[in-house]
Design a protein around this ligand. Structure first.
Ligand SMILES: *Cc1c(COP(=O)(O)O)cnc(C)c1O
Length: 359
């Protein structure tokens, strides 16, 4: 499928863009263009184009507004040391997008269309790359039910779009250790539910728990399994790793209720390559507390595309608080973060062909 390209007639003037790029923040500023592809039952995917970023008009009965049939992805375009724009494992995002689509009874998008939409958008908006520490162009592909009707059935029409946003570091100034709140009353995902799909509804359901976390002075919320409220699952948008003494790492298994993070998968590989033993197995909230208190747990971190690798320093719940290690960023955590970032920026050997150049 060929994308027709209609460059914006009114891109932001260069001086205004530079002002934004000197302090891009996260998710509040957007590039000049967007990608769009339509789907109609019977016809399939059609009308692929890159155009000026602009509001879209939708009917008040549009299905997504009522029944939340929507999925998304989150990925970043980086600038390599030699100035080339590149993506990190974009094929994994394309594949996950389709797994999410199947779970939400939506049509799959051919991976080549997904990848082409990303490449074309980054290409036309490459001047939006912020040359700040940890800078990237954050890409948000998404698809929603665009048919106007009220009724509980899959939509017959969908809109796939990609928007892009210049991004600095997600958490201010590198990665200070965060404090997380254990949600003991709210669940993020249940067996058979949508926890493994990247759908907006999961986030909608997690907001109240995130509010509870903020009210307790925490940065993020961690969810336990829905059945027993015993096993540690993940944060609202990041996977968790526990590093025990002796180079032994644990991360909860992705058996349907946990989002299969691409950062998670990459970290598992990098950790194994440097001789750490990584086990994907359930880890309970009481083990977490006991291991932190006994000193057996030496480091803990969360990971995801937006914030890369973020150390977890303190865990709080209605039962009190405990601290991991010295409460600051751990050594192996920082090392894994640096290693991953260096691969993403073309500064370290890319053994597995994770980095895809755009030019
Ligand atoms: C996107 C997401 C992650 C992280 O996935 P990455 O591919 O590493 O960015 C983790 N948990 C949830 C719930 C997510 O939505």
């Amino acid at each position: 499928m060929n994308f027709s390209i209609n460059p914006s007639a009114n891109p932001l003037p260069a001086d205004k863009r530079q002002e934004i790029l000197s302090n891009p923040g996260f998710g509040t500023n957007f590039t000049d263009h967007m990608a769009m592809v339509k789907y109609t039952a019977g016809t399939g995917w059609h009308d692929a184009h890159i155009t000026a970023r602009a509001p879209i008009t939708i009917d008040p009965a549009t299905a997504v507004l009522h029944y939340a049939q929507e999925i998304f992805e989150g990925m970043k375009a980086y600038k390599l040391a030699d100035g080339t724009m590149a993506l990190f494992r974009p094929d994994a995002n394309a594949a996950r997008f389709n797994r999410s689509a199947r779970r939400l009874a939506m049509p799959e998008l051919p991976e080549e269309i997904f990848l082409e939409s990303i490449r074309k958008l980054v290409d036309i908006d490459r001047d939006w790359f912020p040359d700040v520490e940890g800078g990237s162009i954050y890409l948000r592909p998404f698809m929603f039910a665009s048919e106007a009707f009220l009724g509980v059935r899959p939509s017959n029409e969908y809109l796939y779009m990609v928007i892009a946003s210049p991004a600095g570091g997600y958490f201010k100034s590198g990665a200070p250790a965060i404090k997380i709140w254990v949600s003991q009353h709210y669940s993020r995902a249940a067996p058979g539910g949508t926890g493994a799909a990247k759908c907006g509804g999961n986030y909608a359901a997690s907001l109240i728990a995130q509010q509870e976390a903020s009210a307790h002075g925490c940065d993020q919320v961690v969810f336990l399994d829905a059945a027993e409220h015993k096993w540690v699952e993940e944060l609202g948008g990041m996977n968790l790793f526990f590093l025990l003494e002796g180079g032994h790492m644990i991360t909860p298994p992705t058996s349907g209720t946990i989002l299969e993070g691409i950062t998670r998968k990459s970290i598992i590989q990098l950790a194994r390559d440097q001789g750490l033993i990584v086990e994907e197995k359930p880890y309970s909230i009481s083990e977490w507390r006991d291991d932190a208190q006994s000193g057996k747990l030496v480091e803990c971190f969360a990971c995801g595309t937006a914030a890369v690798v973020t150390p977890v320093g303190t865990v709080a719940s209605e039962e009190g608080e405990f601290t991991i290690g010295a409460g600051g960023p751990g050594q192996i955590t920082q090392q894994l973060r640096r290693q991953l970032v260096n691969i993403q920026r073309g500064l370290a050997e890319d053994r597995y062909g994770w980095v895809q150049r755009i030019d």
